[in-house]
Write a protein that binds this ligand. Structure first.
Ligand code: FAD
Length: 308
């Protein structure tokens, strides 16, 4: 029986593990992988104290910080996905995909979020065959080619900016009239002659042979269909919180984020806290994920002392 189980090994989970081990709570951290969404970023400029760091290095630093505390107060289970959480009286039981179970008095959920998949005919068929969800991982394979980016938020524009370094042209396709990305980012990219945008587009289908050859969309204003020839489609249409496995136990908001009290990160169920991108805070960043997880750990520490 643990005092605390932490689910997730991103910035939030890592911060919580460091704090809980230092407070000598008997802790287990379970992560399908130690990483974090920004691990794919070429450069992160807002990790305070470090003007520039690659996403991969930041992820490694976080993991090493957790490993530093592995010992009598911290067990680490990596490579295992949690599929179920249940609670009976004060005991919370965690089940993983391989059927292992673990019990704890308190739980902190920091399972973050995952990319939303493109919903269009053949989108599944062409995943990894021209459709990709990571510009910094797969972009170099499209050197000298005409590619598309789907999504008009910061992630879409950030991907387009990376791709412009080596692609022949980048066309950003967006479903509405207005971009959600920061104005300064949009304006800077629009100055690049290799960059173009298409707005009001409803994506209908992807076609090709073994690999992608084109994407067809409908102009939502005119109703006309257009086909764009392309070999690469980079999808950046937002995130879905990884909370499926707790939907029957804690309250979620309408997009599936865990509803927490922002003063202490406690969920709707006593003994369960959530932090980072899986929780319903208004803003999501690495530093916010860490800060929220620290807040939760401070709070649950006091709760565990009272309820042990
Ligand atoms: C492309 C991109 C670039 C970004 N750039 C920046 C930036 O420059 N600066 C910045 O501050 N923020 C940036 N962000 C946002 C930032 O990455 C997130 O806010 C942050 O990663 C959230 O941390 P988290 O710990 O809540 O979740 P995540 O980072 O999503 O980590 C979730 C963890 O939970 C694990 N997990 C998920 N489901 C399960 C399960 N069922 N069982 C066990 N483990 C599970 C995952 O393996 C992972 O370890 C970026 C995001 C993206 C997508």
């Amino acid at each position: 029986m643990y005092d605390l189980i932490i689910l997730g090994g991103g910035p939030a989970g890592s911060a919580a593990a460091v704090y809980s081990a230092r407070k000598q709570l008997k802790t287990l951290i379970i992560a399908s992988e130690f990483s974090g969404q920004s691990a794919v970023s070429e450069t992160i400029y807002n990790w305070i104290g470090t003007p520039e760091i690659s996403g991969a290095e930041l992820a490694l630093n976080l993991k090493n910080h957790v490993l530093y505390y592995k010992g009598p107060f911290l067990d680490i289970l990596e490579g295992e996905k949690v599929i179920e959480v249940s609670k009976e009286n004060k005991v919370i039981t965690i089940k993983t995909e391989t059927g292992k179970t673990y019990q704890t008095l308190s739980l902190l959920i920091t399972t973050g979020s995952s990319r939303k998949k493109l919903q269009a005919l053949n989108a599944d068929k062409y995943e990894h065959k021209g459709i990709t969800y990571c510009a910094s991982c797969d972009g170099p394979m499209f050197d000298g080619q005409d590619v598309l980016v789907i999504g008009g938020g910061n992630a879409g524009f950030e991907s387009a900016s990376q791709l412009l370094a080596y692609c022949k042209s980048v066309t950003l396709v967006h479903r509405s009239k207005e971009f959600r990305a920061d104005r300064i980012t949009v304006d800077k990219l629009l100055e690049n002659p290799k960059f173009k945008t298409i707005i009001n587009a409803e994506i209908l289908r992807v076609d090709g042979d073994n690999f992608v050859k084109s994407l067809t969309y409908k102009d939502k204003e005119t109703g006309e269909e257009h086909t764009l020839e392309t070999t690469g489609i980079f999808v950046e249409i937002g995130q879905t919180p990884n909370t499926e496995f707790v939907k029957n136990i804690v309250k979620l908001d309408d997009v599936g984020k865990i509803i927490v009290d922002p003063s202490n990160q406690m969920s709707s169920v006593e003994g369960i806290w959530a932090a980072g991108d899986c929780s319903n805070g208004k803003y999501h960043q690495n530093s916010i994920a860490c800060g929220d997880a620290v807040k939760a750990t401070e709070d649950l520490y006091i709760w565990v002392q009272k309820n042990k």
